[in-house]
Design a protein around this ligand. Sequence first.
Ligand code: NAD
Length: 303
Amino acid sequence: MLTIAPVAAKAGRTTPAADPNATAPADPAGATVDPGQVLARIFDVRGRVVLVTGGASGLGLAIATVLASCGARVIIADRDETRLAAAASELPAVEPALVDVADGAAIDALVEGVLDRHGRLDVAFANAGIGAGRGPGDATGLIEAFDLALWQQVLDVNLTGVVHTVRAAARPMKQQRSGSIVVTASTAGLRQDPYVSYSYVVAKAGVVNLVHQAALDLARWQVRVNAIAPGPFRTNLGGGGPRRPDADARWAAAVPLGRMGDPAEIRGLALLLASDASSFMTGAVYPIDGGQLLQSPALGPVG
Ligand code: NAD
């Protein structure tokens, strides 16, 4: 058993001076606490009802996996039936739901079904997203050239789909006076990116300010809204195919930690934002990018 200090000193109490010889800080009450118990309590998601859109693959699947294995009741919503079936057989505890987030009525019906079965919704990850089209490093991705049909497809899923999910989740959470909504944005929503289409950077920038606005709106009901902003992760969207030395070299140059992320590396942030460990966190965007935002990609000279 390890003796540990409380996270915050309570009003009216004084914190004893640190003992330089002590191996661990002393608890003012003199109690000893099992650190495993503390972790279990702070990050406890047992019994929480969690919706993860885009949960059949990549980051969403990693989020669903960690939360289900920590005892949450997880519903994964995805529009890809094959991936959904595979995810459901891999994770028998999760409930699969075939849904397109671009369809607002379908998302409302999904949340109603969750409420019928579980009586509440504690956490919603608005994570489903697509990529389509090239960035301005490619002739088809130039400002005057990009395809407006593709633009609309990406906005329908990556921006409007997130709006559908956030508003459907907000309704029961407001009644409960509690809840955590987590939107998957992107480092591409926080700055320019020559390898990513206009539609993608604009949609992701849009969800960042949606998170700010919704966090302000919903804080009155104790509903928290945050975003995660992944850098390059090895998923079906982010280069999940066979590894290529040229691509690996490009990521090694673009990411200070020298590689793409593994989807499993999203689990800690997901557990933080789904649990009471983040009880005073709202309206923020958390990059998880191997330091990618520290470097600024540029396009080469013309001609
Ligand atoms: P992925 O393709 O592995 O997973 C995305 C999942 O979303 C898929 O299962 C797909 O079927 C589902 N989906 C797509 N459109 C949908 C829709 N309309 N309705 C319901 N489900 C839908 O990709 P991923 O990388 O895990 O993507 C997850 C999120 O992370 C996306 O929002 C993406 O933009 C974001 N992101 C990914 C990276 C990366 O490098 N992988 C970087 C930044 C942000």
